[in-house]
Design a protein around this ligand. Sequence first.
Ligand code: SF4
Length: 364
Amino acid sequence: MNRKDIIIIHGTDYKEMAKMVMDRADVAGDIGDLNKKIALKPNLVVARDPSSGATTHKELLAGAIEYLQEHGFKNITIMEGSWVGDNTQSAFTAAGYRQISTKYNVPLVDLQRDSYTEYEAKGMEIAICDKAMEVDYMINMPVLKGHCQTTITCALKNNKGVMPNREKRRFHTMGLHKPIAHLNTVCRNDFILVDNICGDLDFEEGGNPVVMNRVLGFKDPVLCDSYVCDCMGYKVDDIPYIRMAEKLGVGSTDTEHANFIYINEDKNAKSKFRMTHRVQNLAKFADPKDACSACYGSLIYALDRLSDAGKLRGKKNLVCIGQGYKGETGEIGVGQCTCGFKKSLKGCPPKAIDIVNFLEEEWK
Ligand code: SF4
């Protein structure tokens, strides 16, 4: 897999999707030696079920482990340290990881209980847990979601979990952005398997999941987080740590020249999730007919950006979306399926940032 690649798969069989993304990326070939120490680093910021939009789905761990074990890798662990206000042991239980650990005989490592060492991170001293630094190949498994302080969170910020609690506290006193960028100059990001199943609209601890039903694969954590901005309707410069990480040589923000690899097409899969009140309020501005999850999720994120900017006030025209509009005419629609409309945004699915720009222009 190339650092410019972005692998995307849609569906609801999350375990198989994880395996297919890793297969397409040839993670086994990238790791090489079967004796290497491999770690899976999910996001277990809090002790909540992944359906809340906060934590990594256990099915992705199961898929990653099956893929690795089928390729002969045996030295695998799942490691995480929850945020300061929660306890990793409770988080392992709440997210169903204990069953995964038992089923596949893969140990759970609680980094909140680990020792740590200080590292020079391009001009900053940062303490990182010893077990995380002993790993030969780290699979970062973040959730694509919003964050109340840094606006978005995905690959770069997920690595806060490999630090001791005292360092997490210190990061907050430094405003998060700069230390997150520096942290990623020393911690490992060998492969990034993103849980884009139902990440939260704007809070790290979940509560308003937005269903996208996707799994994504990256080699470059900066490219990953830049793509997340597109998906959630932000500009890269809205999130300072992404550009800072690029300047420190961690990766590239250039999604324009990324190589998109779509393993399958989005299908109008039945959602297993119920919309929260907040998401329902945004959905009032949409008129969906058989919309694919990622398409509808992109529209919800875009409507949230417009709501933040006060641009939904007084809007009466609903935005049509979905396969049910194929061949139909109408006023305003997003996605290729509404190409017969007077005003329609191309894309299948369109990105939230493009929907924001399109609706801002049309609703002027
Ligand atoms: S444009 Fe149509 S087919 Fe494409 S993702 Fe949207 S709803 Fe699905």
